[in-house]
Write a protein that binds this ligand. Structure first.
Ligand SMILES: O=C(O)CCC(=O)C(=O)O
Length: 320
């Protein structure tokens, strides 16, 4: 039987979630990039920690990414086809996810197989595996500042930062990542300790967003870490390591604890999402109408650790 103490905590967490959602609203606001002067951005979105969808973001920064929309990656391969990139490969499009290992029946935290390959070969594999329906899903999704580190030849087409964000945050981004994949890849719910400006260049991404105080609703649990090998069989890490992760699929939201629904926002080519630090997010994506891959670039800016951080930890402690 539940003790009265824990039911009081549960009720308090429910009230907290409802109150925070009331402050955040039920929709992500849209704004044109021409209105985004840095002080306005800071005051209206960063300080209150509110996500916002920015229209015409790439145009405002002067990006020349028309060729990035090329269906088979020919333009990007012309620029950087021989460069080695780190590709995440899974049998089901779910990298970093709680997955039941068929071989053992045990739920594990499944990390992708990481393959270093030429960018042109990645595009070939992306197309071939999709056409053949193979249980092999490649996703260019490394988060080691992959655009600047692995594909610097593409940098002249984009800006090294997002001007209004850099002046609002007071420093250039810590990392700039490139993402290329298709409808098969889904990013499970997690949070990052970075301010995120996420720009979609081709196709679209749908983000489901929950404020940091909602972590208690996610069904977080511990599972042993495992990684897919080159044959896409799961191998447990040795020595054993446990990872606390969330079991919620952003496509179905099955298992989400009681409370208001997540905010949902679809970011289309040329648009950017400001995703405040510590917001929990799960992401699905769609190719462009001509079948061209979903391509995006994101900038991670250092977050300011303030008194909000111990509050977020308190929610986690109370819910575990
Ligand atoms: O685009 C994706 O698949 C995930 C993006 C993401 O989770 C992030 O930028 O933090």
């Amino acid at each position: 039987m539940e003790s009265s103490g824990s039911s009081v905590v549960k009720e308090a967490l429910k009230t907290l979630s409802t109150d925070v959602h009331d402050f955040c609203g039920s929709r992500v606001e849209r704004i044109d990039a021409s209105r985004l002067e840095s002080t306005f951005f800071l005051r209206t979105f960063v300080l209150p920690s509110r996500p916002v969808l920015i229209e015409n973001a790439a145009r405002r920064e002067g990006w020349k990414t028309e060729g990035w929309a090329n269906k088979d990656g020919a333009y990007l391969s012309d620029l950087a086809g021989d460069e080695l990139v780190t590709v995440a490969i899974t049998p089901n499009g779910l990298a970093d996810a709680l997955t039941v290992d068929d071989a053992t029946g045990v739920e594990v935290f499944a990390q992708p197989h990481q393959r270093r390959q030429k960018l042109a070969d990645f595009f070939r594999d992306l197309r071939q595996t999709r056409e053949s329906g193979a249980a092999v899903v490649p996703y260019l999704s490394a988060q080691n500042s992959s655009l600047t580190k692995e594909l610097p030849a593409l940098l002249p087409d984009v800006s090294p930062d997002v001007s209004w964000a850099t002046s609002a945050f007071g420093a250039p981004p810590d990392a700039c990542n490139i993402w290329i994949g298709d409808d098969r890849s889904v990013t499970t719910f997690h949070r990052d300790h970075y301010e995120n400006i996420f720009v979609v260049v081709n196709g679209s991404k749908t983000f489901k967003l929950l404020p940091p105080t909602d972590t208690w609703r996610l069904g977080m649990r511990e599972a042993p870490a495992a990684r897919y090998d080159a044959s896409l069989r799961l191998q447990r890490e040795e020595p054993e390591r446990f990872v606390r992760w969330c079991g919620l699929d952003p496509r179905t939201l099955e298992g989400l604890g009681p409370g208001p629904p997540p905010l949902e926002v679809t970011v289309r080519a040329g648009e950017a999402l400001y995703l405040p630090a510590m917001w929990v997010h799960g992401v699905a994506q769609k190719c462009a109408e001509d079948g061209g891959p979903c391509v995006a670039v994101n900038f991670w800016y250092d977050m300011e650790f303030s008194h909000r951080w111990p509050f977020v930890k308190l929610v986690e402690t109370l819910s575990s």
